[in-house]
Design a protein around this ligand. Structure first.
Ligand SMILES: NC(=O)c1ccc[n+]([C@@H]2O[C@H](COP(=O)([O-])OP(=O)(O)OC[C@H]3O[C@@H](n4cnc5c(N)ncnc54)[C@H](O)[C@@H]3O)[C@@H](O)[C@H]2O)c1
Length: 343
C-alpha cells in the first residue's frame, strides 16, 4: 500500500482541465496535520508540490515519498537549492512547534525553531527569488481579547512564547515586503479540527493537546479527559472556541497563494467560522456522533486560557471569496471520529 496521497493524486493536468493555472509550491511542514491536508488538496487540484519537513513531529506516511524532502528549516543553503531546482513560485509555511504549554517551559526551543527557522526560510526565498509566502499564524497573537468576535485589527498581545514566536514572524514578514518585495498572507487560524473525510489523513499530534481528538480518545480508552475550568463567564462555564475544519483551512491557503501570485498585497486574515462552541457543547457533539458517553473530570483553569476565542472571518470572505464548507461542529466531529475509529 502506498501513502495516502499517492492513492489519490490526480494527473498533473488536473488544474488545467479545471481552468486553474498549475502552480509550483513549496510547503514546509507538509507532513504535519494541516500541512498534509493542504498538500493533498493542492495535488488534487493539479499543482506541483514540494514538501520540506524534518519529521520532528510530522509523519512520513502523510506525503508521497517523491514529494518529501527531509530538511530542517535552518538549512538555508539546501532550501535555496531546492527552490531553484523546483522553480518554486510561492511558499506555504506551516513548519513550527505548536504546543503552548511546552513553549512556557522551553521558550528557547520555540524561538529557535519557529523564529530562526522562519528567518532562514525567508533568507532562502530572497536568494532563490521566490516572492510570495502564506504563513501559518494563530489566534494566539491576540492573547486574551476582551471581546469577540475578534477582528484583525485587535491589539496584538501574545501571552505565551508560542504566540509571541508567531508575532515575531509576522513582524519579519512586515520588513521583507518593503525591502525585498516579498509579499505575504498571514492566516491567523483558530482551532483547526476534523480531517479530510475522503482520505486517510487525520490529526496525529504527539502529545495530543487538542480537544476533539482528546475527547475521542477518552471515548475509546475510557480514561477521563480533564475539562480545565467550569467557572468561566460563559453560558455553561466552560471555555468557548471557534472550530475550523482542516479542509476549509487548506482551501484558505490555496486562495491566499492565488491572491499573492495574482498581485495581491500583503495581508493578515483570521480563519474561523465565526461561531463558538463551549467545551461542554463539544462533549455533547462527541457523544451524539459516537453514541457513547465521554468520561471527563473537571479540573482547575489553565493559566492563560481566555474564556472565549471566536473569529470574525468577514475580511477573508470578502477579500478572497472564502467560505467554510464544513462549518458545523457535528460534521467536524464526524470526520474526526471516522479517522479515530479507522483501525
Ligand atoms: N493545529 C492548530 O489548531 C493550529 C492553530 C493555529 C495555528 N497553527 C499553526 O499551523 C501550523 C501547522 O500546525 P499543525 O497542527 O499541522 O502542526 P504539526 O505539528 O502537525 O505540523 C508541523 C510540521 O512541521 C514540521 N516541522 C517543525 N519544525 C520544523 C523544522 N524546523 N524544519 C522542518 N520541519 C519542521 C513537523 O515535523 C510537522 O510535520 C503551525 O505553524 C501551527 O503553529 C495550528
Amino acid at each position: 500500500m502506498g501513502t495516502v496521497q499517492e492513492q489519490r493524486e490526480t494527473p498533473a493536468n488536473a488544474a488545467l482541465q479545471s481552468g486553474l493555472t498549475p502552480r509550483k509550491i513549496l510547503v514546509t511542514g507538509g507532513a504535519g496535520y494541516i500541512g498534509s491536508h493542504t498538500v493533498h488538496m493542492l495535488l488534487a487540484q493539479g499543482h506541483d508540490v514540494t514538501v520540506v519537513d524534518n519529521l520532528s513531529k510530522g509523519h512520513r506516511h502523510n506525503v508521497p515519498a517523491e514529494r518529501l524532502h527531509e530538511l530542517n528549516l535552518s538549512d538555508t543553503a539546501a532550501l535555496v537549492r531546492l527552490m531553484r531546482e523546483k522553480q518554486c513560485e510561492a511558499v506555504i509555511h506551516f513548519a513550527a512547534f505548536i504546543a503552548v504549554g511546552e513553549s512556557m517551559r522551553e521558550p528557547a526551543r520555540y524561538f529557535i525553531n519557529n523564529v530562526s527557522g522562519s528567518l532562514s526560510l525567508l533568507d532562502a526565498m530572497v536568494q532563490a527569488e521566490v516572492k510570495h509566502i502564506v504563513f501559518s499564524s494563530t489566534a494566539a497573537v491576540y492573547g486574551n481579547p476582551h471581546t469577540t468576535p475578534i477582528l484583525e485589527d485587535f491589539p496584538i498581545q501574545a501571552v505565551n512564547p508560542y504566540g509571541e514566536s508567531k508575532v515575531m514572524v509576522e513582524t519579519l514578514l512586515g520588513w521583507f515586503d518593503p525591502i525585498h518585495h516579498l509579499t505575504s498572507v498571514c492566516l491567523r487560524y483558530f482551532n483547526a479540527s476534523g480531517c479530510d473525510p475522503d482520505s486517510l489523513l487525520g490529526e496525529e499530534h504527539e502529545p495530543e493537546t487538542h480537544l476533539i481528538p482528546l475527547l475521542l480518545r477518552a471515548v475509546q480508552t475510557g480514561n477521563p479527559v480533564t475539562v480545565f475550568g467550569d467557572d468561566y463567564p460563559t453560558p455553561d462555564g466552560t471555555c468557548i472556541r471557534d472550530y475550523i475544519h482542516v479542509n476549509d483551512l487548506a482551501q484558505a491557503h490555496i486562495l491566499a497563494v492565488e491572491y499573492l501570485i495574482g498581485g495581491g498585497t500583503s495581508e493578515k486574515f483570521n480563519v474561523g467560522t465565526g461561531t463558538g462552541h463551549s467545551v461542554m457543547e463539544t462533549i455533547r457533539a462527541v457523544e451524539t456522533v459516537t453514541g457513547q458517553k465521554v468520561p471527563y473530570v473537571v479540573g482547575t483553569r489553565r493559566e492563560g486560557d481566555p474564556p472565549s476565542l471566536v473569529a470574525s472571518s468577514n475580511k477573508l470572505r470578502e477579500r478572497l471569496g472564502w467560505s467554510p464548507r464544513y462549518a458545523d461542529l457535528r460534521t467536524i466531529v464526524e470526520h474526526a471520529w471516522k479517522f479515530a475509529s479507522r483501525k
